[in-house]
Design a protein around this ligand. Structure first.
Ligand code: ADP
Length: 324
Protein backbone atom coordinates (compact mmCIF):
# COMPACT_ATOMS: atom_id res chain seq x y z
CA UNK A 1 0.00 0.00 0.00
CA UNK A 2 1.05 3.60 -0.61
CA UNK A 3 2.06 5.82 2.35
CA UNK A 4 -1.28 7.57 1.89
CA UNK A 5 -3.15 4.29 2.28
CA UNK A 6 -1.05 3.30 5.26
CA UNK A 7 -1.68 6.60 7.03
CA UNK A 8 -5.38 6.42 6.28
CA UNK A 9 -5.69 2.96 7.88
CA UNK A 10 -3.54 4.01 10.82
CA UNK A 11 -5.77 7.04 11.38
CA UNK A 12 -8.93 4.95 11.22
CA UNK A 13 -7.52 2.36 13.61
CA UNK A 14 -6.48 5.10 16.02
CA UNK A 15 -9.98 6.53 16.04
CA UNK A 16 -11.54 3.10 16.57
CA UNK A 17 -9.26 2.41 19.53
CA UNK A 18 -10.20 5.80 20.97
CA UNK A 19 -13.92 5.00 20.65
CA UNK A 20 -13.35 1.72 22.47
CA UNK A 21 -11.70 3.31 25.51
CA UNK A 22 -14.16 6.17 25.87
CA UNK A 23 -17.74 5.89 27.06
CA UNK A 24 -20.88 7.66 25.90
CA UNK A 25 -20.73 9.50 29.21
CA UNK A 26 -17.42 11.10 28.16
CA UNK A 27 -19.13 12.82 25.24
CA UNK A 28 -21.49 14.78 27.48
CA UNK A 29 -20.61 18.34 28.42
CA UNK A 30 -20.08 19.14 32.12
CA UNK A 31 -23.46 20.74 32.39
CA UNK A 32 -26.44 20.34 30.11
CA UNK A 33 -30.19 20.42 30.16
CA UNK A 34 -32.47 17.62 29.11
CA UNK A 35 -36.09 18.11 28.19
CA UNK A 36 -38.13 14.94 28.62
CA UNK A 37 -41.74 14.89 27.46
CA UNK A 38 -44.57 13.03 29.15
CA UNK A 39 -46.15 10.43 26.92
CA UNK A 40 -49.60 11.81 27.79
CA UNK A 41 -48.89 15.17 26.20
CA UNK A 42 -50.94 16.17 23.15
CA UNK A 43 -48.84 15.92 19.99
CA UNK A 44 -49.95 19.41 19.06
CA UNK A 45 -48.53 20.78 22.33
CA UNK A 46 -45.29 18.84 21.98
CA UNK A 47 -44.58 20.80 18.79
CA UNK A 48 -44.73 24.11 20.63
CA UNK A 49 -42.47 22.85 23.39
CA UNK A 50 -39.83 21.73 20.90
CA UNK A 51 -40.00 25.03 19.03
CA UNK A 52 -39.92 27.17 22.16
CA UNK A 53 -36.86 25.33 23.42
CA UNK A 54 -35.08 25.27 20.09
CA UNK A 55 -34.81 21.46 20.01
CA UNK A 56 -35.89 18.89 17.41
CA UNK A 57 -36.18 15.75 19.49
CA UNK A 58 -36.84 14.60 23.07
CA UNK A 59 -37.00 11.37 25.07
CA UNK A 60 -40.50 10.31 26.11
CA UNK A 61 -41.45 9.25 29.59
CA UNK A 62 -44.26 6.93 30.57
CA UNK A 63 -45.14 8.30 34.01
CA UNK A 64 -47.69 5.61 34.75
CA UNK A 65 -45.05 2.89 34.61
CA UNK A 66 -42.04 5.15 35.30
CA UNK A 67 -40.24 3.97 32.19
CA UNK A 68 -38.49 5.43 29.20
CA UNK A 69 -40.95 5.31 26.29
CA UNK A 70 -38.74 5.98 23.25
CA UNK A 71 -37.32 8.97 21.49
CA UNK A 72 -39.53 11.54 19.78
CA UNK A 73 -37.98 12.80 16.51
CA UNK A 74 -39.05 14.59 13.35
CA UNK A 75 -39.84 11.17 11.84
CA UNK A 76 -42.77 10.88 14.24
CA UNK A 77 -44.23 14.15 13.02
CA UNK A 78 -43.75 13.03 9.45
CA UNK A 79 -45.73 9.91 10.36
CA UNK A 80 -48.53 12.05 11.76
CA UNK A 81 -48.57 14.09 8.55
CA UNK A 82 -48.80 10.92 6.46
CA UNK A 83 -51.60 9.64 8.65
CA UNK A 84 -53.42 12.92 8.24
CA UNK A 85 -53.23 12.67 4.45
CA UNK A 86 -54.01 8.95 4.28
CA UNK A 87 -56.99 8.96 6.57
CA UNK A 88 -58.78 12.22 5.80
CA UNK A 89 -61.93 11.05 7.61
CA UNK A 90 -60.10 11.12 10.91
CA UNK A 91 -58.92 14.69 10.76
CA UNK A 92 -60.79 15.63 13.94
CA UNK A 93 -59.00 12.87 15.80
CA UNK A 94 -55.53 14.03 14.80
CA UNK A 95 -55.85 17.09 17.01
CA UNK A 96 -56.59 14.89 20.00
CA UNK A 97 -53.65 12.53 19.50
CA UNK A 98 -51.22 12.22 22.36
CA UNK A 99 -47.59 11.21 22.11
CA UNK A 100 -48.63 7.78 23.35
CA UNK A 101 -50.78 7.47 20.18
CA UNK A 102 -47.67 7.50 17.98
CA UNK A 103 -47.58 3.70 18.22
CA UNK A 104 -51.04 3.34 16.74
CA UNK A 105 -50.18 5.78 14.00
CA UNK A 106 -47.14 3.69 13.10
CA UNK A 107 -49.27 0.57 13.02
CA UNK A 108 -51.89 2.19 10.82
CA UNK A 109 -49.17 3.32 8.40
CA UNK A 110 -47.24 0.07 8.62
CA UNK A 111 -43.95 1.88 9.33
CA UNK A 112 -41.06 1.04 11.64
CA UNK A 113 -41.87 1.60 15.32
CA UNK A 114 -40.67 4.56 17.33
CA UNK A 115 -36.98 4.33 18.14
CA UNK A 116 -36.70 2.63 21.53
CA UNK A 117 -33.05 1.60 21.22
CA UNK A 118 -30.82 3.00 23.95
CA UNK A 119 -27.37 2.47 25.45
CA UNK A 120 -25.99 2.56 28.95
CA UNK A 121 -23.88 5.72 29.38
CA UNK A 122 -20.90 3.81 30.80
CA UNK A 123 -20.62 1.38 27.87
CA UNK A 124 -17.87 2.06 25.31
CA UNK A 125 -18.70 4.78 22.80
CA UNK A 126 -17.83 2.31 20.05
CA UNK A 127 -20.89 0.29 21.05
CA UNK A 128 -23.19 3.30 20.79
CA UNK A 129 -21.80 3.99 17.31
CA UNK A 130 -22.31 0.42 16.16
CA UNK A 131 -25.84 0.41 17.48
CA UNK A 132 -26.58 3.65 15.67
CA UNK A 133 -25.33 2.24 12.39
CA UNK A 134 -27.20 -1.00 12.83
CA UNK A 135 -30.55 0.61 13.67
CA UNK A 136 -30.02 3.67 11.44
CA UNK A 137 -30.85 5.83 14.46
CA UNK A 138 -29.44 9.33 14.11
CA UNK A 139 -29.50 9.87 17.85
CA UNK A 140 -29.48 7.49 20.74
CA UNK A 141 -30.70 7.99 24.33
CA UNK A 142 -28.41 7.13 27.22
CA UNK A 143 -30.50 5.21 29.73
CA UNK A 144 -29.19 4.20 33.13
CA UNK A 145 -30.85 1.68 35.45
CA UNK A 146 -30.62 2.01 39.21
CA UNK A 147 -29.16 -1.22 40.59
CA UNK A 148 -31.47 -1.33 43.62
CA UNK A 149 -34.78 0.09 42.49
CA UNK A 150 -34.35 -1.04 38.86
CA UNK A 151 -35.76 2.35 37.87
CA UNK A 152 -34.68 3.81 34.56
CA UNK A 153 -33.23 7.28 34.18
CA UNK A 154 -32.72 9.00 30.86
CA UNK A 155 -29.33 10.68 31.26
CA UNK A 156 -29.04 12.39 27.89
CA UNK A 157 -29.23 11.82 24.16
CA UNK A 158 -26.17 11.65 21.92
CA UNK A 159 -26.25 12.39 18.23
CA UNK A 160 -24.03 11.37 15.34
CA UNK A 161 -22.84 14.95 15.19
CA UNK A 162 -21.76 14.99 18.85
CA UNK A 163 -19.81 11.78 18.40
CA UNK A 164 -18.05 13.00 15.26
CA UNK A 165 -17.30 16.32 16.93
CA UNK A 166 -15.90 14.47 19.95
CA UNK A 167 -13.59 12.58 17.58
CA UNK A 168 -12.63 15.79 15.76
CA UNK A 169 -11.82 17.68 18.95
CA UNK A 170 -9.94 14.92 20.80
CA UNK A 171 -8.31 13.00 18.03
CA UNK A 172 -6.57 15.45 15.77
CA UNK A 173 -3.46 13.30 15.69
CA UNK A 174 -5.48 10.60 13.96
CA UNK A 175 -7.80 12.72 11.84
CA UNK A 176 -4.81 14.51 10.20
CA UNK A 177 -3.78 11.14 8.78
CA UNK A 178 -6.99 10.90 6.74
CA UNK A 179 -5.67 12.58 3.61
CA UNK A 180 -7.41 10.61 0.87
CA UNK A 181 -9.92 12.61 -1.18
CA UNK A 182 -13.61 11.91 -0.80
CA UNK A 183 -13.75 10.80 -4.46
CA UNK A 184 -11.15 8.10 -3.88
CA UNK A 185 -12.71 6.59 -0.78
CA UNK A 186 -16.22 6.77 -2.27
CA UNK A 187 -17.61 8.61 0.73
CA UNK A 188 -21.28 9.56 0.31
CA UNK A 189 -23.97 9.04 -2.31
CA UNK A 190 -23.58 10.19 -5.92
CA UNK A 191 -26.32 8.41 -7.86
CA UNK A 192 -30.11 8.55 -7.72
CA UNK A 193 -30.05 11.72 -5.66
CA UNK A 194 -33.45 12.90 -4.51
CA UNK A 195 -33.81 16.64 -5.17
CA UNK A 196 -36.60 19.21 -5.31
CA UNK A 197 -37.07 22.80 -6.47
CA UNK A 198 -38.07 25.92 -4.53
CA UNK A 199 -41.58 25.59 -5.99
CA UNK A 200 -42.07 21.98 -4.91
CA UNK A 201 -44.64 21.61 -2.17
CA UNK A 202 -43.47 20.69 1.31
CA UNK A 203 -45.69 17.64 1.12
CA UNK A 204 -43.90 16.41 -2.02
CA UNK A 205 -40.54 16.79 -0.31
CA UNK A 206 -41.82 14.90 2.74
CA UNK A 207 -42.93 12.07 0.46
CA UNK A 208 -39.45 12.01 -1.10
CA UNK A 209 -37.83 11.72 2.32
CA UNK A 210 -40.15 8.88 3.31
CA UNK A 211 -39.73 7.04 0.01
CA UNK A 212 -35.91 7.19 0.07
CA UNK A 213 -35.59 6.94 3.84
CA UNK A 214 -33.42 10.07 3.98
CA UNK A 215 -33.36 13.08 6.26
CA UNK A 216 -32.62 15.86 3.76
CA UNK A 217 -33.38 16.85 0.17
CA UNK A 218 -31.20 19.37 -1.70
CA UNK A 219 -33.18 22.17 -3.31
CA UNK A 220 -31.74 22.92 -6.76
CA UNK A 221 -32.45 25.27 -9.68
CA UNK A 222 -32.91 24.28 -13.33
CA UNK A 223 -29.14 24.00 -13.82
CA UNK A 224 -28.89 21.68 -10.81
CA UNK A 225 -27.17 24.38 -8.75
CA UNK A 226 -27.71 23.93 -5.03
CA UNK A 227 -29.85 26.70 -3.49
CA UNK A 228 -30.65 25.16 -0.12
CA UNK A 229 -31.42 21.91 1.66
CA UNK A 230 -34.77 20.93 3.15
CA UNK A 231 -34.25 18.84 6.26
CA UNK A 232 -36.65 16.56 8.08
CA UNK A 233 -36.47 18.92 11.08
CA UNK A 234 -37.74 21.78 8.90
CA UNK A 235 -41.11 20.04 9.03
CA UNK A 236 -41.58 20.96 12.69
CA UNK A 237 -42.16 24.74 12.29
CA UNK A 238 -44.35 24.01 9.24
CA UNK A 239 -46.97 22.15 11.29
CA UNK A 240 -46.84 24.36 14.38
CA UNK A 241 -50.29 24.60 15.94
CA UNK A 242 -51.45 21.53 14.00
CA UNK A 243 -51.44 23.25 10.60
CA UNK A 244 -51.21 19.98 8.67
CA UNK A 245 -53.19 21.33 5.73
CA UNK A 246 -50.66 24.08 5.04
CA UNK A 247 -48.10 21.61 3.78
CA UNK A 248 -49.22 22.24 0.23
CA UNK A 249 -47.24 25.49 0.50
CA UNK A 250 -43.86 25.74 -1.25
CA UNK A 251 -40.47 24.74 0.07
CA UNK A 252 -39.32 28.32 -0.47
CA UNK A 253 -41.91 29.64 1.99
CA UNK A 254 -41.19 26.89 4.48
CA UNK A 255 -37.45 27.58 4.50
CA UNK A 256 -38.10 31.21 5.37
CA UNK A 257 -39.53 29.96 8.69
CA UNK A 258 -36.18 28.70 9.88
CA UNK A 259 -34.93 29.95 13.24
CA UNK A 260 -32.48 32.87 13.18
CA UNK A 261 -29.72 30.67 14.55
CA UNK A 262 -29.97 28.17 11.69
CA UNK A 263 -26.37 27.04 11.22
CA UNK A 264 -26.52 27.06 7.41
CA UNK A 265 -25.65 24.40 4.89
CA UNK A 266 -22.15 23.07 4.31
CA UNK A 267 -20.66 22.10 0.99
CA UNK A 268 -17.44 20.41 -0.10
CA UNK A 269 -15.89 19.17 -3.33
CA UNK A 270 -14.97 15.65 -4.35
CA UNK A 271 -11.31 16.62 -3.99
CA UNK A 272 -11.73 17.47 -0.31
CA UNK A 273 -10.21 15.09 2.16
CA UNK A 274 -11.66 13.56 5.29
CA UNK A 275 -9.22 15.54 7.45
CA UNK A 276 -10.70 18.81 6.21
CA UNK A 277 -14.22 17.47 6.75
CA UNK A 278 -13.23 16.77 10.36
CA UNK A 279 -11.98 20.39 10.56
CA UNK A 280 -15.42 21.56 9.47
CA UNK A 281 -17.09 19.29 12.03
CA UNK A 282 -14.78 20.63 14.74
CA UNK A 283 -15.75 24.22 13.97
CA UNK A 284 -19.39 24.04 12.96
CA UNK A 285 -22.65 22.25 13.62
CA UNK A 286 -22.72 20.28 10.39
CA UNK A 287 -25.60 17.90 9.69
CA UNK A 288 -24.41 16.74 6.29
CA UNK A 289 -22.15 17.96 3.49
CA UNK A 290 -23.46 18.71 0.05
CA UNK A 291 -20.86 17.82 -2.57
CA UNK A 292 -20.77 20.40 -5.37
CA UNK A 293 -18.61 21.14 -8.42
CA UNK A 294 -16.91 24.47 -9.19
CA UNK A 295 -20.19 25.94 -10.36
CA UNK A 296 -22.18 24.91 -7.28
CA UNK A 297 -23.87 22.11 -9.17
CA UNK A 298 -24.96 19.15 -7.09
CA UNK A 299 -22.64 16.13 -7.27
CA UNK A 300 -23.48 14.16 -4.15
CA UNK A 301 -24.33 14.06 -0.46
CA UNK A 302 -22.21 12.98 2.47
CA UNK A 303 -24.37 12.26 5.51
CA UNK A 304 -22.99 11.99 9.02
CA UNK A 305 -23.93 8.31 8.93
CA UNK A 306 -21.77 7.89 5.80
CA UNK A 307 -18.82 9.37 7.72
CA UNK A 308 -19.48 7.33 10.86
CA UNK A 309 -19.82 4.16 8.81
CA UNK A 310 -16.55 4.80 6.99
CA UNK A 311 -14.69 5.64 10.19
CA UNK A 312 -15.94 2.54 11.99
CA UNK A 313 -16.15 -0.07 9.29
CA UNK A 314 -13.86 0.69 6.35
CA UNK A 315 -11.37 -2.12 5.82
CA UNK A 316 -12.94 -4.39 8.43
CA UNK A 317 -13.67 -7.94 7.35
CA UNK A 318 -17.36 -8.67 6.75
CA UNK A 319 -17.27 -11.43 9.38
CA UNK A 320 -15.80 -9.12 12.00
CA UNK A 321 -18.49 -6.57 11.27
CA UNK A 322 -21.26 -9.09 11.83
CA UNK A 323 -19.67 -10.50 14.96
CA UNK A 324 -19.09 -7.13 16.61
P1 ADP B 1 -28.36 10.44 8.29
O1 ADP B 1 -28.62 8.97 8.53
O2 ADP B 1 -26.95 10.86 8.66
O3 ADP B 1 -29.39 11.36 8.80
P2 ADP B 1 -29.56 10.44 5.69
O4 ADP B 1 -30.72 9.68 6.22
O5 ADP B 1 -29.86 11.76 5.08
O6 ADP B 1 -28.40 10.63 6.73
O7 ADP B 1 -28.80 9.56 4.62
C1 ADP B 1 -28.91 8.15 4.53
C2 ADP B 1 -28.17 7.69 3.26
O8 ADP B 1 -28.82 8.23 2.11
C3 ADP B 1 -26.73 8.16 3.20
O9 ADP B 1 -25.93 7.13 2.65
C4 ADP B 1 -26.76 9.37 2.28
O10 ADP B 1 -25.56 9.52 1.53
C5 ADP B 1 -27.94 9.08 1.38
N1 ADP B 1 -28.70 10.30 1.05
C6 ADP B 1 -28.91 11.37 1.85
N2 ADP B 1 -29.65 12.31 1.24
C7 ADP B 1 -29.93 11.82 -0.01
C8 ADP B 1 -30.67 12.31 -1.15
N3 ADP B 1 -31.28 13.51 -1.12
N4 ADP B 1 -30.72 11.54 -2.24
C9 ADP B 1 -30.12 10.32 -2.27
N5 ADP B 1 -29.43 9.81 -1.24
C10 ADP B 1 -29.31 10.54 -0.12
Amino acid sequence: PSPLDRDQMQGLRGIREFLKVRTSYDVLPLSFRLIVLDNDLLIKKSLNILIQNGIVSAPLWDSRNSTFAGLLTSTDYINVIQYYWQFPDEIDQVDRFRLSSLREIEKALGVEPLETVSVHPMRPLYEACRRMLRTRARRIPLVDVDGETKRETVVSVITQYRILKFIAVNNEKHTVLLRKPVREIGLGTYTNLATASMNSSVLDVIHLMVKHNISAVPIVDKENRVLNVFEAVDVIPCIKGGAYDELSGSVGEALSKRADDFPGIYTCSEEDRLDSIFDTIRKSRVHRLIVVDDESRLRGIISLSDILKYVLLHGEEEDDIRAA
